[in-house]
Design a protein around this ligand. Structure first.
Ligand SMILES: NC(=O)c1ccc[n+]([C@@H]2O[C@H](COP(=O)([O-])OP(=O)(O)OC[C@H]3O[C@@H](n4cnc5c(N)ncnc54)[C@H](OP(=O)(O)O)[C@@H]3O)[C@@H](O)[C@H]2O)c1
Length: 340
């Protein structure tokens, strides 16, 4: 049987179940590969996919093809979406390299800068495309996944995407093909610097971004990132209605002005939190090394420093080791300012 039209999701957690579920609901042939806990959840409850727009898609358990921990079952798919966290990329790449046939296409729908390059280096027989998921997915348990913010998927332009574009559009996940994915990933990295701040503050994203001193923490981290990218002559794409270089100024506005100027940034589900917060909750290693750590490495490479992002990295690492506490906005800002 020719399964080259099949889409395989490798690493079916929050992003994978949401994207995969919407594609199944739109009639695509999808196989999810993930862990036992998700398999059990989906067998018992199916999938319920909701979004800020208020739409609800339901997928019955018998419509879901979920395979536990078996990369071999990705072998015959034409398109593979990699949705593992960055720490698991190398292992996923080695497992997929052993089974994928030449000519299949892999999309890394992961945060961070390097994941697609790692996958391409280890899976040379396939075209690996960098992708970007702009919205937040909240796992609500019992097979329910909620898209808590807005935005369009972006993927590196490639003719191999053409046969799949209509399926993604039908699933309500239109793909914007980009010629500047490295700049898009840097733009996303600047936004993802908030993941660490959100994980440290212990309140939902909307509550956090409504407080000026938390926004000042994010502004300081972003300003540092923008300075380093500029010094290294690396372009940054705008993923918000304003250019990336304006974001720190916008974030530092007083609360009432910020609410008026950035209402799209605050269009977030009131319960949504960063996935780094979820990582700390369940005691998993976070992606901080691939986000704030990326800027610390860039600074070292160009003979500069990144004290704000280094401090955020240090605080998250301490939280991962068990020294977790919720930082108030004033405390966190004072801590970051003491080092910069
Ligand atoms: N969640 C969001 O809101 C969001 C939004 C935009 C982008 N992203 C990015 O998308 C990526 C995925 O994030 P996520 O939140 O969906 O992560 P997640 O919920 O942790 O999902 C990844 C899943 O893949 C599983 N996995 C890892 N290695 C595997 C393997 N070899 N075989 C089978 N399953 C494997 C993980 O299991 P274990 O935990 O047991 O390893 C986990 O269940 C990250 O780069 C993240 O930054 C996330």
């Amino acid at each position: 049987m020719d399964n080259s039209g099949r889409i395989c999701i490798f690493g079916a957690g929050s992003v994978g179940c949401y994207l995969g579920g919407r594609l199944i609901a739109a009639g695509a042939s999808v196989r999810l590969i993930g862990r036992e806990a998700h398999a059990r959840q989906l067998q018992s409850h199916g999938l319920t996919l909701t979004s800020l727009r208020g739409d609800v898609k339901k997928v019955r358990a018998e419509q879901i093809d979920f395979v536990v921990d078996n990369p071999q079952s990705a072998a015959d798919a034409g398109l593979i979406l990699v949705t593992v966290k960055s720490a698991a990329t190398e292992q996923a790449a080695r497992a997929l390299a052993a089974v994928l046939k030449a000519g299949s296409t892999v999309i890394s729908f992961q945060n961070g800068i390097d994941n697609a390059a790692v996958l391409q280096r280890l899976i040379p027989q396939c075209a690996v495309l960098a992708g970007m998921v702009p919205f937040n997915i909240l796992s609500r348990g019992e097979g329910a996944f909620h898209q808590g913010s807005e935005g369009r998927l972006m993927v590196q332009r490639n003719p191999a995407l053409t046969p799949h574009l209509a399926q993604f559009a039908a699933a309500g996940l239109p793909i914007e093909q980009r010629d500047d994915m490295p700049a898009v990933q840097r733009g996303k990295l600047l936004l993802n610097l908030n993941n660490a701040i959100n994980a440290l503050c212990g309140v939902p994203l909307k509550t956090e971004l409504s407080q000026r001193n938390y926004r000042r923490c994010l502004a300081a981290a972003q300003r540092e990132g923008l300075r380093l990218f500029k010094a290294a002559e690396l372009a940054v794409a705008a993923l918000t209605p304003v250019p990336a270089r304006w974001l720190p100024f916008l974030l530092e506005l007083p609360d009432t002005c910020f609410k008026l100027a950035a209402n799209r940034m605050l269009a977030i589900d009131p319960l949504a939190r960063s996935s780094m917060w979820e990582d700390l909750e369940v005691g998993r290693a976070s992606e901080v090394d691939w986000l704030n750590g990326e800027l610390v490495r860039l600074a070292a490479n160009i003979g500069s420093q990144a004290p704000v992002n280094q401090q955020l990295l240090t605080l998250i690492r301490a939280a991962e080791r068990g020294g977790r506490r919720d930082w108030s906005a004033d405390e966190l800002l004072a801590q970051l300012r003491s080092t910069s």
